[in-house]
Design a protein around this ligand. Sequence first.
Ligand code: MSK
Length: 653
Amino acid sequence: KVKKAKAPKVANPLEATIDVASQEMIVRAQELGIDTVFDRAVTMKPCAIGLQGICCKNCSMGPCRLPLPKDGIEGEDTRKGLCGATANTIAARNFIRMIAGGASAHSDHGRCVAEVFMAAARKETEAYQIKDTDKLLQIAPALGVDITVDVDGEIKDRDIDEIALEVAEVALAEWGKPEGEILYMKRAPEALYEKWKKLGVLPRNIDREIVEIMHRTHMGVDQDYKNLMKQGTRAALADGWGGSMLATDLQDVLFGTPYPVQSEANLGIMKEDHVNLIVHGHEPVLSEILVAVAQSQEMVDYAKEKGAKGIQLGGICCTANEILQRHGIPTAATFLQQELAIITGACDAMVVDIQCIMQNLANVAKCFHTKLITTHPIAKMEQDNVIHIEFDEAYALEDAKKIVKMAIDNFENRSSEVMIPQYKSSQVAGFGVESIQYHLGGTFRGTYYTLNDNIINGRIRGIAGVVGCNNARTKHNDGHIKVVKELIKNDVIVLTTGCNAIACAMEGLLTPEAAAVHCGPGLAEVCETVGIPPVLHLGSCVDNSRILLAATEVVKAGGLGNDICDLPAAGSAPEWMSEKAISIGHYFVASGVYTVFGVTLPTSGAPVFHKYISDEFEKITGGKWDLEIDPIKHAQKMIAHIDKKRAELGIDK
Ligand code: MSK
């Protein structure tokens, strides 16, 4: 008898990722005996019932598991939990709890920014000032803040400090005001706002909608999947048009509205002869100051004294996107590469704030000299090698100096052999509503260059928002890149954020040169004429609100219907993994966007509920959920939807 060889308990690098830099680092980790998320994805299989969204653990009589029979259900679905909860109720409860998790993450981030904004408006901190007064004047009216005053019958510009203070007060109140609705909802196209009003889904305040989800999904409360989804819609809208949009706007006012900037992406941005300081997470309030301090002559001189040639800053996840879009700081890694950045042996300090930070970073850091520094009071790690330097906006400069100095002092402690994969790509990032308008003719409609005119004349077939994470259950970056390439090949311009943006950067798709290589003739002509990439990097996860506003501007400019659901547009998250992605997906669906997710959706065990959020929802909001694992089919479904909308608009010729 021949004994069958056991399957290796480690990842096959070629199957784990399409990125050569990551493949090299996975091999390196395995040589060193360090496990990474890629290996754990091989050894730990997910729970099949949880994956289908039909495990209820909201009380201690359960968990109640309601597996869908392999051959489906004929006739009445009699599955139920101990209390009688149906598969639809359980799936809907789980789904909207994911929305609550995602919405609270974005919105709590937004609240933190609003508090720093308040401190800046009150001039309580030296580290933060109101930097972009144009943006302040642009958002103030949307928050009901007057920007002019009537002085003795004469209209005059109001004092900017006064406006900033009032904006801070109104913005902060959006999280917990006792009555009314979220003010930014009225920024949406009028038809959409009226639709939400009629449906009764206008969010009242940000916190309340999230709290109400937790109440409604408690044992024995809301037992109607449609009513549960109504609250999910309110909370998701409170995220997209509330917490996230406020986070984006207030960050722009504090740190500057991004404009296109050139940089690089992938692990190859790290330098062996430099102090490598990597920032990771989502909130830019500390990383903004870290950038300023790390670039100061004092710190550069100090690094040289310690034998380094300089300080190389790099980012991971959305903190990366934030400091990239405003300062051109290169991107080191996507979500799934975070452990690999330490395995280079050249990461002198990794500073983490909130969201998407793997706890295993601490175990990996233990194998190297890397200082792993947590900075946020709500995000600490239990491992004893992790240093906590709690960020305080009143002492932001001192905190940042301490951290940069710690990274520099650690440069001489490098012991293991450094191995930085020599792969990086050029990228142009930092697009937003303002710069899309600027680069495409200064307006959205009326000239040869504008976005609307090029959609109407068919050079651009449509718009796709492709966003979201990596997921270790699918090949790293494979879905992202295949979906985006298929779209631009078919003349669909792509707006990207989050880790999709980083994946596209690593693939060289965020350069104007990519147009000639990868695009269909119409999109290539537009990109080459105005000098933009076919994939526009709009920032971080909270900056998906920029996509909502870009879509709104396209509607308002005319010629493409009067609501977001009329546009030849679609959304996608090919490799999603976080609850934030579900909240983002749902606020796009609730705003009228056909939204396709890859990997999986936690709805497959409740087919009636799944049909409701797809086909039925389309009749309600004009947007719908869909799942497509195959990246080419995924993109083709988006293109088919875009073509359907073009036909409805009468611009399909
Ligand atoms: S970082 S939420 S893995 S996009 Fe915003 Fe990437 Fe997803 Fe985190």
